[in-house]
Design a binder for this molecule. Structure first.
Ligand SMILES: [Zn+2]
Ligand SMILES: [Zn+2]
Length: 310
């Protein structure tokens, strides 16, 4: 691909690294309809601004910035006006509607790029931008409060960051995952209990988040959720949810999905991540090995987050 040139209000990033996400896998394997082809995937981009277009208001040459999944919104639809820009009718996403970070360079609108806390190296900042931000939103929408019990289903890039956030806020965290290596990492990061989705945690949970794209987990998670507990579904897609006995949902249990994130989610999460500080576990790959990295993600061979490096 030719090196892109920034237009008005845009910056060009010399990309340092880009973390990989299940959504990239769904895009590259055709699970999602693609609005643009060819498309460069990647929406957890860390880069240095090496060229600027006219009319910038905040960013400058040489700034280090991150680019997340939410790329742009119209600012005028009913959802934007209500503060739910993550649901914008005209939302465009990085690495989906516009070329993303599996590349040496990308061009983005200035307002889609966020300065990154100095506390994080490039490789550690990258997974914060989707795994972290979406996990943060799912955590918020689960309604779990400090001191309560939280369940996490699937233990990949997002869950290992949410676990650290939840522990910082004094939550007791139970992690449901098949992989023994994933359970070990969860315990190292402070999980109170680990097991598989069929197992019973020591106590009913106040809230749970499902990260794995497996609909069969929904009845299993409801089974150990307390009355009026919230089950948040964090994925962009999920296999079919099996038929449920109403008893699993009765007593005011809530199932809700989580879609994208807002600019405020991104800013607020980056601030909190630096304060805690969250320590992402990363597995590094050269950019040329992107396909191998995605296959490792697909087959649960990653510890924490996979990151492509230039
Ligand atoms: Zn993502
Ligand atoms: Zn909108």
């Amino acid at each position: 691909m030719p090196t892109p040139q920034p237009g008005p209000g845009q910056v060009r990033l010399q990309i340092r690294c880009c973390a990989i996400c299940h959504t990239d896998l769904h895009i590259s394997e055709g699970d999602l309809p693609l609005p643009k082809l060819p498309i460069i995937p990647g929406h957890q981009i860390v880069g240095m601004i090496d060229a600027v277009g006219p009319g910038l208001s905040e960013l400058k040459l040489g700034n280090r910035v991150g680019v997340p999944w939410l790329y742009s919104t119209d600012g005028s639809c009913q959802f934007c006006l209500a503060g739910n820009e993550n649901l914008c009718e005209q939302a465009r996403f990085t690495g989906y509607h516009v070329d993303g970070g599996y590349a040496e360079y990308c061009v983005v609108d200035e307002k889609s790029a966020y300065p990154l806390p100095a506390a994080f190296s490039d490789e550690h900042a990258a997974p914060l931008l989707c795994a972290g931000v979406i996990g943060f939103r799912a955590y918020r929408l689960s309604g779990v409060r400090p001191g309560q019990r939280l369940g996490l289903y699937g233990f990949g890039a997002s869950a290992h960051l949410v676990l650290q956030l939840a522990r910082f806020q004094g939550c007791e965290v139970c992690v449901f995952t098949r992989g023994l290596a994933h359970r070990k990492l969860a315990e190292q990061l402070g999980a109170a209990w680990t097991g598989s989705a069929e197992d019973n945690p020591p106590h009913p949970l106040d809230a749970s988040i499902i990260f794995a794209p497996a609909g069969m987990l929904v009845p299993q998670a409801l089974r150990v959720l307390r009355k009026a507990g919230v089950l948040a579904l964090a994925g962009i897609t999920m296999s079919q949810i099996p038929a449920l006995d109403y008893e699993l949902l009765y007593h005011e249990r809530v199932i809700r999905s989580v879609a994208n994130s807002t600019r405020d989610d991104c800013r607020e999460f980056l601030r909190q991540a630096a304060e805690i500080p969250i320590r992402p576990r990363v597995q590094l790959y050269p950019l040329a090995d992107a396909n191998r990295a995605l296959q490792d993600l697909k087959h649960s061979r990653l510890e924490g987050a996979g990151v492509l490096q230039n």
